[in-house]
Design a protein around this ligand. Structure first.
Ligand code: 13P
Ligand code: SF4
Length: 367
């Protein structure tokens, strides 16, 4: 049997969940949560579906969820409603007797998949030949544990969209240049805001295995990995231009995973946390066009009816991998846990954890 077929068999959710009503599933979740009490903790990323987020013990962006996982020493079981790299981070930051579960193993992140450790190590050899010991690797937390370990090993750190400025600033106190993985847009937008010129940045193409630049190699300060978020790359300058023509008073706020020209044309840009806080504090009656994931935009529209909130892209689709975690997968995981089975446990090996923690702690320990 092929590996994919095997995976499909393991993954298939039992038929019974299709015939249970929504109310039945919801009451089973509440019953199991009540039974486990503090032994069970459910963190949920802001991009999750409402049907799932209603059961989250805490909600947050990547940085907040990493901090919450580290601080939670009570829970024996952490059922992570987010994507794979977030569950890996939670596992690495929690104790050995705490178990992290991802309700659907297919909840990955297409951006994290754009940088493999093999590609990164191969790139590093070339970059060392070009630049010697003058580069520091930084990785967005949206990356595998192996990439985080790579950064930890070479003195680098992780960053999130909430602290990217601070971390890039710190990185330049350590070395002359940076390798920023795996999101070229967050890397470019952050470095640009800190005064690095666009012509001082070059893109590393992991498929072609080469540095894309027509500038003198010694002038390059930031090497951007050629990765992107398939959700945030769908926001365009044309959408903003059209909106400016049709609704000049609408304010555009976007996530820095969007392309540079979109971020430059928007009124405001910042992390998921920043977007939420800015909308929350804005004067009633403000009209917002938001460039981030759709589940969050829809939730903000419901939570803040005194504002008008819509997506910058009217045909916006949600993050498909985040959406793999649905009510059915959550209740399935919890029912198995009740029976004593750890379904889809996420466990990072000891060596990777040790090195990746160096990178994570360099970020988490910075005030
Ligand atoms: P933040 O939670 O850091 O804003 O990142 C957004 C994202 O794309 C998570 O996958
Ligand atoms: Fe990955 Fe983008 Fe989805 Fe975040 S929104 S999990 S970066 S694909």
């Amino acid at each position: 049997m092929k590996l994919l077929d095997q995976l499909n068999q393991v993954e298939r959710i039992p038929e019974k969940y299709a015939s249970m009503t929504k109310e039945e599933k919801e009451s089973r979740i509440l019953e199991i949560k009540e039974k486990f009490g503090k032994r069970l903790y459910i963190p949920g990323h802001h991009y999750q579906r409402d049907e799932v987020i209603q059961f989250a013990d805490s909600t947050g962006d990547s940085l907040q969820l990493a901090q919450l996982s580290q601080d939670n020493t009570d829970a024996e079981f952490i059922v992570f409603c987010g994507v794979h790299f977030m569950a890996e981070t939670a596992d690495m930051l929690t104790k050995d007797n705490q178990h992290v579960i991802l309700p659907d193993l297919k909840a990955g992140c297409s951006m994290a998949d754009m940088a493999t450790i093999e590609q990164t190590e191969r790139a590093w050899v070339v970059l060392q030949e070009l630049y010697g010991d003058s580069i520091l690797p930084l990785t967005y937390v949206n990356s595998t544990a192996a990439i985080k370990a790579f950064c930890g090993r070479y003195g680098g750190a992780t960053v999130t969209s909430s602290n990217a400025m601070k971390m890039v600033e710190w990185a330049f106190t350590q070395k002359e240049r940076l390798l920023f993985l795996p999101d070229q847009h967050l890397g470019r937008n952050t470095a640009f805001d800190l005064g690095v010129k666009l012509e001082e940045m070059a893109v590393w193409d992991p498929i072609a295995h080469k540095l894309e630049t027509d500038k003198p190699i010694e002038d390059i300060k930031v090497i951007l990995w050629k990765g992107h978020c398939s959700v945030h790359e769908k926001f365009t300058v044309e959408q903003i231009n059209q909106l400016r023509e049709e609704e000049p008073d609408t304010k555009v706020i976007v996530h820095p995973e969007c392309p540079h020209e979109v971020v430059e044309r928007a009124d405001l840009n910042g992390s998921t946390h920043y977007i939420i806080e800015t909308i929350k504090k804005s004067v009633p009656g403000t009209v917002w066009a938001v460039g981030t994931e759709m589940n969050l935009v829809k939730r903000l529209a419901t939570q803040y009816p005194e504002q008008t909130i819509k997506s910058l892209n009217p045909n916006m689709c949600p993050c498909l991998t985040m959406n793999r975690i649905d009510l059915d997968h959550l209740v399935w995981s919890l029912e198995l846990l009740e029976e004593g089975t750890l379904h889809h446990p996420i466990r990072v090996d000891e060596k990777t954890t040790k090195e990746a923690r160096l990178a994570l702690e360099r970020m988490l320990n910075r005030p």
